[in-house]
Design a protein around this ligand. Sequence first.
Ligand SMILES: Nc1ncnc2c1ncn2[C@@H]1O[C@H](COP(=O)(O)OP(=O)(O)OP(=O)(O)O)[C@@H](O)[C@H]1O
Length: 375
Amino acid sequence: MNEAGLKDGQGMKVVVGMSGGVDSAVSAWLLKQAGYDVTGLFMKNWEDDDDDEYCSTREDLVDVASICDVIGMELEVVNFSKEYKDRVFADFLREYEAGRTPNPDILCNSEIKFKAFLDHAMDLGADKIATGHYAGVREWTSDGRTEYQLLKAEDGTKDQSYFLYRLNQAQLAKTIFPLANVYKRDVRGMAEKAGLHVHDKKDSTGICFIGERPFREFLMRYLPTKPGEIRSLDDNRLLGEHQGLMYHTIGQRKGLHIGGIKGNDTAGDHEAWYVAGKDMQANVLYAVQGHEHPALHRERLVAQDLNWIAGRAPRTNWVYTAKPRYRTPDQPCEVDRVADSEAEIAFAAPQWAVTPGQSVVLYESRVCLGGGIIV
Ligand SMILES: Nc1ncnc2c1ncn2[C@@H]1O[C@H](COP(=O)(O)OP(=O)(O)OP(=O)(O)O)[C@@H](O)[C@H]1O
């Protein structure tokens, strides 16, 4: 075992997804230190002529080349922009058009990083692939059955298992997460010690293909505006106009431009407005006033398009925890009803701004069981 708890690699061939960031650089370095035969693979997932201003792909590739040089490993480059457009971006647009708020990074993991990328790595003769995700994987035997479990990262503040809940047994069987037991606060120091110049590189933020660009502007290029009314959910009062339901998400406060509206004299009338619902048919956006408005809280949700990592559904009448969105701390819950196509989850406490299109991910202690897409 090395400092990250990695087993001796004994020359096992691993292809590491290299983004140009510090996490994947340190992941590759740790594997190399542990005796794996490591190759870096950089993938290009997005191609757009007007993107130079916001897209850092070129600089990232330069960084990857230098990292591979320092570590002493081969670098391969692959273009998955067609696969990305067909399998991730098309779904992203469809979901927005239907008024939901999807999470393309989740689909990018199950369809690109752990499918197209994994297949390509196997073609290159790899035994396993590795990424710099903060998550863990372990082989677990109970009741005579052996399975791969997806685990939360040791560094709970950085855990990314939420984004990986759509992986299956075959994908996990081929995966190493070298940062499973590493704290983010130590990663930059490790990179510096290893002589990797990206030790002080800024972490990437946001959805990969959108990068730092203004989101609404980006979406408008693909989904034209469709103006409609904004109404108060409580009394149907006309509050203003929206430019398209797809530009808004449940719980959103900014960008409604109705802050100054005064209606009657009831107390609290100066509280901020939040998006509480969408009527897709009538093209009406419904808003409520105040963060604590009951319409923004839900004790139950229904999820579809389910993926259970072990290949079997969770138990009903059993206390688990779940995240109805990435940034929400784990919430105690029970699975009330579960079938192949749909599950209903009841939380111990009401959840704020449960949003269709986002994923609900279920955990039993540190083990990620899977989840589904909120409808
Ligand atoms: N363009 C890419 N080519 C190959 N692998 C990638 C690419 N982008 C991301 N990955 C892999 O997916 C992992 C998680 O990606 P994410 O975008 O969440 O990066 P991150 O957590 O900021 O990590 P990093 O510091 O490595 O960028 C990365 O650590 C890397 O292994």
